[in-house]
Design a protein around this ligand. Structure first.
Ligand SMILES: Cc1cc2nc3c(=O)[nH]c(=O)nc-3n(C[C@H](O)[C@H](O)[C@H](O)COP(=O)(O)O)c2cc1C
Length: 232
């Protein structure tokens, strides 16, 4: 079981270029999909489908879809940024500011700053990946009496983590791309990939082999910071 904890700790967001011409062996891709298959879901509703995109032309078309960044995102994101390694280690949550464009590291960021940045904003990394997985959520496959389908959303988290851990165990990089669920982007994608109207693109992942080995500083709160025994 120590091995499982090691795998859980080593799983990471691999936000780097993948070798687009190094395909993922079919048996490994199948294992990632099997891991999704066996995920727990509320009431065993299995409320998802997965669209696997490995066609270079389709990836290039997805890359061309424009996605405007919301000022709300940038402002709220700012509050979670650390501006040095020491600060991040101390805060134990959030991410380093250097992960984002300079315009986003300004507390007084304006709509114009964001639009100017968006001018050269694209899903560039979609050209640096052999496979993109889109998790399609079916709100009709809802567990009984789950208000707002809270349990259904948690179920998607379980399947995502299963896939992520399987990818890690196979030496595959895994990068979550939530911007493909942006309303405008999602609309285009659904058209392009013939996804039925009542389904939603909940989350997407790039999967592949990093061009160079990649590790970065990852922090967490300590167990004592969040575990409460016999009462909060
Ligand atoms: C639901 C969800 C959405 C996420 N969306 C993104 C995203 O759009 N882009 C990104 O680079 N990382 C995304 N992440 C990754 C988190 O930022 C990352 O898991 C967190 O910073 C911890 O880093 P680690 O994965 O390396 O441990 C997402 C993670 C989750 C669970």
């Amino acid at each position: 079981m120590d091995d499982l904890l090691k795998l859980i700790k080593e799983r990471q967001s691999t936000r780097v270029p993948f070798n687009a011409s190094k395909p993922i062996p079919k048996r490994d891709l199948k294992k990632v999909l099997e891991a999704a298959r066996w995920a727990p879901t509320a009431h065993n509703m299995q409320n998802f489908d997965i669209v696997v995109v490995d066609d270079k032309k389709i990836l290039a078309d997805i890359h061309k879809i424009k996605y405007p960044t919301s000022i709300t995102f940038v402002r709220e994101n700012y509050k979670q940024l650390s501006f040095s390694v020491e600060e991040l280690r101390k805060r134990k949550t959030g991410v380093l500011g250097t992960m984002f464009p300079p315009a986003w590291r300004n507390p007084n960021v304006t709509e114009k700053d964001i639009t100017d940045n968006d001018a050269h904003n694209s899903h560039d990394q979609l050209m640096e990946t052999p496979v993109l997985l889109l998790v399609v959520y079916d709100p009709n496959r809802r567990a009984p009496a789950s208000e707002g389908d809270f349990l259904g959303i948690m179920s998607l988290g379980c399947m995502m983590q299963n896939m992520w851990l399987m990818a890690e165990s196979l030496g595959l990089g895994f990068h979550v791309v939530s911007s493909l669920s942006n309303y405008e982007v999602e609309k285009e994608l659904k058209k392009m990939l013939n996804i039925p109207a009542h389904l939603m693109i909940a989350i997407s992942f790039r999967l592949g082999y990093p061009v160079k080995p990649f590790k970065y500083l990852r922090v967490r709160r300590d167990v004592e910071d969040f575990a409460h025994y016999n009462g909060y």
